[in-house]
Design a protein around this ligand. Sequence first.
Ligand code: GCU
Length: 593
Amino acid sequence: MSTMLQDYDHLLNIDPLSQYDILTTNPESHLYALGRCKESLNGRWHFTVDVYDTFLRKKFFEERVTDAQGRALPVDCDFDQWETVEVPSNWNCQKKEYWYFEGSGIYTRTFHYVPKAPDERVILHLGASNYGCRVWLNTRLIGRHTGGFTPFSVELTQHLKPNAGNRLILEVNNTRSVDQVPSLNYDWFNYGGVFRSVDLYRVPACYIRDSYIALAPNNRYDTLAVEITVDGAGSGIPVWLEIPELSLSVMLHTDAFGVAKSELTAKPQLWSPQNPKLYRVMVSTEGDRIEELVGFRQITTLGKKILLNGQEIFLKGVCCHEEIPERGRALTPADQRQVILQAKELGCNIMRLSHYPHDRNMALLADEMGMLLWEEIPVYWALCFENPTTQASAQNQMTELVMRDRNRASVVLWGVGNENPDTEARLDFMRALVDICKRLDPTRLTTAACLVDIDVMTVRDRLCQYIDVVAINEYYGWYYRDYTGLATILENTKLDRPLVISETGADALSGHHGMDEELFTEEHQAKMYQKQLELSEGSIQGFFPWILYDFRSPIRLNSYQQGFNRKGLISYDKTHRKLAHRVIQDYSCSVKN
Ligand code: GCU
């Protein structure tokens, strides 16, 4: 390329950005980042918002500060003079000016790398960054990920400078676009940035990339299905699995693909919300070792029933966004524990973590505290279901979520979508997601929050026959003021599998009181739930109020809402319990399971 075009590329190139759309990371090759030593890269990173994508246009990542003769060049960027922000965090919460910012944020820091073993490999792991993230190390673009709520990892080994400073750059972009998942329009706030942990993992040349262990759903509760993937291994590599409390210690061998698979006889105590029993599970190879706490339980359906460990269970649920005042989606473990405690206080045995994968620690805490979980990816409202980029993004996110949490006993339902149009393209799109769940994890149930067909007042979404549990979002008493619509639907709906109400609710401004048919009052919200519970009694296998807390949403603009969806049973700051909170609490305590 002529020097002219090269030097003026940032001026003359109408599309300078697509050259950076390298292949995204492979979701099945991510490091299973649990139960092994790590070096945290959290803390203060240099940061700038980059409104015109100048970082990419002018190739700041090359750090070219002198010309061929060594003379200093007037470069429009000096990384280490930029302000610093906290990682993990959402940039919206770091500075008032960034509150509504949608675009690119550039994070950079250096770290000194001293090799600890000759053949060690170094892997960078991010818990999540919203939405797109490109990774540079020492001026090279080495990885790209899309999807705002799932983990990914990038290998650094071959680009690292040993015994020297290394510069890492993360270019994160949360601009909404039509072909993404979710697409342009949704009912939550688009927090941007690196809002979950950033860590470095040192692993040997052959390392345990993934470990999957679960109770085989055979109604005998006596078989553990194990699948361990060793990266860099061929066949015959020994892999040890130990569960001391079950006196289980076996040696397996990898196949040609580096996978060691087996079914082992064992009779564990079964995990349940009442008895969240966890076992220490250790997996090791000659050079590597991981350890985690795992619970064993069986979740199945039988006709319209949902069975946990063979016993019928009613899902006493609540929906929840991942949000905390002041810090957006960057919840601490203490915040996460409080959320689960407040759901328990409400009498719930299950939480729907909507509408995107929440932090991995929620599932670890739910395992420990005894709370079932519904986890889902943001296949939300209208998407470009025919678009291959959109399909790939949804399939990546589904794969990343399932691979991240398929050892968590608390997770019983994979949600493949929420309120989507019943079209051919959408059906294929979501069936592909169901297939991914079943291929990667045959031990759990699949579901989707479907819309009711209001023309014929029944649930007849074509997706119903491909998911294990049918869920409906309905707001009779709110968006439709006539409560009885719910009774009509339940009467008309003939399904051969469990049906749950995955969302219902009404906005109520905390502390705003009035008549029980006056909208936005606590009295109306409470009445709405009383009616819903009355009319659905005996026709459903689960009930999930929308929602535990008020939450931020830029599409909620009336004077009661002011940028918040006010359907919480508890206020945004998690302090005020609205009247409906007691209605749900009393109800949950009345349901015996
Ligand atoms: C929908 C949607 C939620 C939304 C809720 C509401 O059902 O799934 O994300 O917040 O309705 O209208 O409040």
